[in-house]
Design a protein around this ligand. Structure first.
Ligand SMILES: [Zn+2]
Length: 245
């Protein structure tokens, strides 16, 4: 499969050293990722360094250079224990809240991006969790794309285009057709893991594509069977991750 890359948890106070180290790998292979920007981060776990004063200018420059930007929630604080429609985790910033509450949060989140000159219609849910009210609120605010779900191709479901993420990267790399997404949390990549990514990109040169190219792929319709399989896989993955501790 072809592999697009998304980087989660992009904040002014992220671990810049690790972000830039990963960016160096991407740049070396001419791969432009999707960045999940948290508009108003209040999650202490994501606070890793001194906040960069020129954060928004920098994000804007990356966008002008062809990097894609997604709205990664609002404050990245998990308020509920719901898994929603894609139950990879049983916690969420949005799933389980009322439509009005979610619309209000997402409106404020969008305003932060707009105020800082960033335009996007892509949503990246913190914890991968969203429910039907999240989708309804997003639609109302002009969002059309979600980075989540499982599958071999972008697909349309509930009037949104979903760009699937990889169930298991090793297996995705071996499969023949299709495209998926590798999810990166640069804050948590230590030196050894960074070296692993360097090797991965070298060994699979040609497999990695820019997120912008993924967005150009024509979506297919998601049927009932595909939807059932996705929920099953999400539950399996959640349990596997838990077992691995
Ligand atoms: Zn996140």
């Amino acid at each position: 499969m072809k592999i697009a890359v998304r980087m989660d948890d992009i904040t002014p106070d992220m671990d810049w050293e690790r972000f830039l180290a990963f960016k160096e790998i991407l740049d070396a292979h001419h791969v432009r990722p999707l960045l999940g920007v948290v508009p108003d981060n209040r999650d202490e776990n994501l606070h890793r360094a001194k906040a960069a004063g020129d954060f928004w200018e920098y994000i804007k420059e990356l966008q002008e250079d062809g990097w894609c930007i997604a709205l990664h929630g609002y404050r990245h604080v998990y308020a509920t224990k719901k898994g929603g429609l894609f139950p990879l985790n049983h916690f969420s910033e949005f799933a389980g809240l009322s439509f009005e509450e979610q619309l209000d949060m997402l409106e404020k989140a969008s305003e932060v991006l707009q105020r800082n000159g960033i335009k996007t219609d892509i949503f990246m849910a913190p914890g991968h969790s969203y429910d039907k009210n999240t989708l309804k609120a997003l639609k109302k605010l002009g969002y059309t794309k979600i980075t989540d779900g499982f599958g071999k191709k972008p697909y349309v479901w509930r009037d949104m285009i979903f760009y699937p993420i990889s169930f298991m990267l090793g297996r995705s790399l071996k499969k023949k057709g299709g495209t998926t997404t590798m999810v990166i949390h640069a804050n948590g990549i230590d030196e050894e893991a960074m070296a692993g990514y360097r090797r991965l990109f070298e060994e699979h040169e040609g497999s990695f594509i820019s997120y912008g190219a993924y967005l150009l792929e024509a979506p297919v319709k998601r049927g009932f069977a595909g939807r059932c399989m996705e929920i099953l896989l999400a539950n399996v993955k959640r349990v596997l991750v838990k077992l691995r501790g």
